[in-house]
Design a protein around this ligand. Structure first.
Ligand SMILES: CCCCCCCC/C=C\C=C\CC(=O)SCCNC(=O)CCNC(=O)[C@H](O)C(C)(C)COP(=O)(O)OP(=O)(O)OC[C@H]1O[C@@H](n2cnc3c(N)ncnc32)[C@H](O)[C@@H]1OP(=O)(O)O
Length: 715
């Protein structure tokens, strides 16, 4: 798992070998202990280079080991031994040096890296901190503010950026190991005193207490309840204020608290789930490893409203040629201006050059005649989309894939409008489409494996987390959102205020509660959908529609012209139209009192536990229905959709993981309780899959797929 060879006469070359990323498994750690001991004691070895085989230095600790019994030598003494060696040790960084991988490099006396290599301490995103000396060595090397930025965000740097910050000593575009060996030969016999980072003083800002107070406030605010970023600040504070050995002790204590926490388990589940969803399959037999995507270089986008503009930017940033079509001349001009601005801002933020020249704008639909794939992003109006798909099917090349960005409409019905229904899939982006990481790829019963594979691959090229899901109203994300939003309205009818509901959800970790979110996206959006479903009865207050409980509150607000932030009034009051500062609205309070009185509802006190249980368990219950119907292949798909598309707190793992942590029996019992109280709310009726999992002993979430697939009696 680590090999030692002698090269160029006197350089001991230690190579880590644990594909694909040379993670520091027990065997690799033992290999490092053995090879370092041999290199240090071999008189013919004058200097040492540590590298990784297969073009990757080291992806850090082996995350798979975290779930079980940890054995093998611990990292801290290994790294201390390397740093204390009296022969120079050089890290040759290719590919990645992440987490424990970068900590290994920091224990070496010198670091040489490929310019494109990725370096970072991403432990925070796994609910941990860099606990092999990273929180103590990095601030001593590059100063407290820069180290805090890297450790609390977990962001990756390129080799070139790492050089600027002083993390590495040299960057090369040549063979990194050869450069490191040459360098190692040149420094034999030089003093290593100043090269042992643990012995260096920690460069600190002037008023250190005030500095850390400010940092802690900022980090807590953006952490939304995640504990690892806070522990990272505490560990760096120890580096700034304590000698190295005591700082290391503090690092270990903080790590011990994080390591066993539910948040670390949730975040590590997210890491693996993100990879599970990339290995997609569909019931018709298409699969990530056997269905080949079609090469795509030129994409058409039809409709340049908010979504179409974001999709155009995302495609251009991924290096694709785009034909952007908007049939209204004025809207086209506005879109062109907006897209240029978005591209400019994104390019500036990412430090890349502008990519606007590969977008061609047109007011003619015929402009997409020669593209390989079209993404339709016109209004959510089935008649309009039907007409468009008919036209596209005639004017595009016979093998052009036709994709719809619809957020809820029937993909199979759209496919049936075309000559080649097998070439139609949904590509459901989330606003803003060039920023949000999620893409739901919706396959219909007739979608060809190649069509699904192509949409998934295109999502990957745009840097999205693409999740393949089946076709149903609202697909996965929006279908689950319906009961969540409805429960929130029912709670307000029963006595809660929008502030009480939002506070409970925000304390749970959502960046925005349901009412703030509705105000931001526009109350008219849901109103339109409810109208299309025949649920809206203008001016009516009846609370039963289509045979089930209904809350007309959202419709009544829209009838008053209260569409949310854009009109300056919605569930909250805003200073002006477009302002973001939500304030409780006294008008709404009296409106609700009057509404409850007219409905004969007696307002009661609703606590945050009820808010969380009613809203989240209704959403989770729909998730179980979706799994049962095979619309999502597994709980990981649902969880990644919610984490990347709906702001579900990542440190809770997603709704289905959260349910597994609460305990499925508990979720079932509370749903049964609420269903008894509210028999007219169908989405509180526990899913039969949830019952089945509970009666199978509530297995670990990783085993749910097996149970879902097992044949069962419907009795
Ligand atoms: C009581 C207290 C006890 C405390 C004891 C603990 C002491 C611990 C001391 C130190 C701790 C250090 C912490 C760490 O180092 S945590 C790990 C930090 N590293 C990372 O977060 C990096 C994670 N990996 C990545 O970001 C990427 O995989 C990357 C390396 C950039 C490569 O990306 P890419 O080329 O896109 O490949 P994939 O992501 O698809 O990965 C390929 C397969 O490799 C698996 N993988 C990746 N990294 C790891 C890892 N660190 N451990 C285990 N497995 C890893 C990944 O799951 C893929 O597997 P598969 O093909 O099966 O899906």
């Amino acid at each position: 798992m680590a090999a030692l060879t002698r090269v160029s006469g006197s350089v001991g070359l230690i190579s880590l070998l644990n594909p694909p990323v040379n993670a520091l498994s027990a065997a690799v750690r033992q290999g490092i202990v053995d090879t370092v001991r041999r290199a240090v004691s071999d008189p013919q070895v004058k200097s040492v280079v540590i590298c990784g085989q297969n073009g990757v230095f080291c992806g850090g600790a082996d995350i798979k080991e975290f779930g079980g019994h940890m054995s093998g030598p611990p990292l801290v003494p290994i790294f201390n031994t390397i740093e204390a060696a009296d022969k120079p040790v050089v890290a040759a960084i290719e590919g990645s040096a992440l987490g424990g991988g970068l900590e290994l490099a920091l224990a070496c006396h010198y670091r040489i890296t490929q310019s494109k290599a990725r370096l970072g301490l991403p432990e925070v995103s796994l609910g941990l901190l860099p606990a092999a000396g990273g929180t103590q060595r990095l601030p001593r090397l590059i100063g407290v503010p820069a180290a805090l930025d890297l450790i609390t965000t977990g962001r990756h740097l390129t080799g070139a950026e790492a050089l600027k910050l002083g993390i590495v000593d040299q960057v090369t575009d040549q063979n990194t190991v050869e450069a490191a060996v040459k360098f190692a030969l040149s420094i034999v016999g030089q003093s290593l005193e100043s090269r042992r980072i643990s012995t260096l003083p920690c460069p600190c800002p002037a008023d250190i207490d005030a500095f850390f107070e400010g940092v802690m406030q900022r980090v807590k605010k953006s952490a939304h309840g995640a504990i690892a970023p806070v522990a990272c600040v505490q560990a760096v504070q120890a580096a700034a204020t304590l000698p190295f050995t005591q700082g290391m002790q503090r690092e270990q204590e903080l790590m011990a608290t994080l390591f066993g926490s539910g948040q670390a388990r949730a975040l590590q589940y997210c890491f693996f789930s993100q990879r599970v969803v990339s290995k997609w399959s569909s019931p018709s037999g298409s699969r990530w490893d056997t269905s080949k995507p079609k090469p795509v270089t030129k994409v058409g986008v039809i409709g340049l409203g908010t979504m179409g503009r974001g999709i155009t930017v995302a495609l251009a940033l991924a290096g694709l040629s785009v034909v952007a079509v908007e049939t209204q001349q004025q809207q086209m001009m506005a879109a062109q201006h907006a897209v240029s601005g978005m591209l400019e801002r994104t390019a500036r933020r990412r430090g890349v050059s502008l990519v606007g020249d590969q977008i061609r704008y047109s007011v003619e639909l015929e402009a997409v005649a020669d593209v390989e794939l079209v993404i339709e992003a016109v209004f959510e109006d089935m008649a309009l989309k039907e007409k468009l798909f008919k036209q596209l099917s005639t004017l595009c090349k016979a093998d052009t894939l036709l994709c719809s960005n619809t957020s809820s409409l029937d993909i199979d019905h759209l496919a049936s409008q075309t000559h080649s229904p097998q070439l139609v899939v949904g590509m459901h982006f989330f606003a803003p489409a060039h920023v949000m990481k999620l893409l739901e790829v919706v396959y219909g019963p007739r979608s060809a494996p190649q069509a699904v594979a192509t949409a998934m691959e295109l999502g990957k090229r745009m840097g999205k987390v693409s999740v393949a899901v089946g076709n149903c109203s609202g697909f996965v994300g929006n279908r689950m959102l319906m009961p969540y939003v409805e429960e929130a309205s029912f709670l307000v009818e029963e006595g809660a205020s929008p502030e009480i509901v939002d506070r409970a959800l925000e304390e749970f970790g959502f960046p925005m509660g349901v009412f703030r979110m509705s105000d931001l996206s526009g109350l008219d959006v849901g109103w339109k959908v409810r109208k299309a479903r025949g649920l809206v009865e203008p001016g009516q207050m009846s609370r039963v529609r289509q045979g089930r409980r209904y809350s007309p509150l959202g419709d009544l607000l829209c009838e008053q012209g209260r569409f949310g932030q854009k009109t300056g009034r919605g569930w909250y009051l805003y200073d002006s139209a477009g302002s973001r500062e939500a304030q409780p609205d006294p008008w709404l309070q009296s409106f609700l009192e009057e509404y409850r009185a007219r409905q004969g509802l007696v307002s009661r006190r609703i606590d945050s536990q009820e808010v969380l249980e009613r809203c989240l368990y209704a959403l989770i219950n729909e998730g179980f229905n979706i799994l049962q119907e095979g619309i999502a292949a597994g709980p990981e798909d649902i969880d990644m959709i919610y984490v990347f598309g709906y702001g579900f707190p990542r440190h809770r793992g997603g709704p289905m993981f959260y349910a597994s942590q609460v305990g499925l029996a508990q979720v079932l019992q509370r749903l049964e309780h609420y269903q008894q109280l509210h028999p007219d709310i169908p989405h509180l009726r526990p899913s039969s899959l949830l019952r089945r999992l509970v009666s199978s002993g509530s297995p670990r979430i990783q085993r749910w797929r097996e149970i879902i697939r097992m044949p069962h009696s419907s009795l």
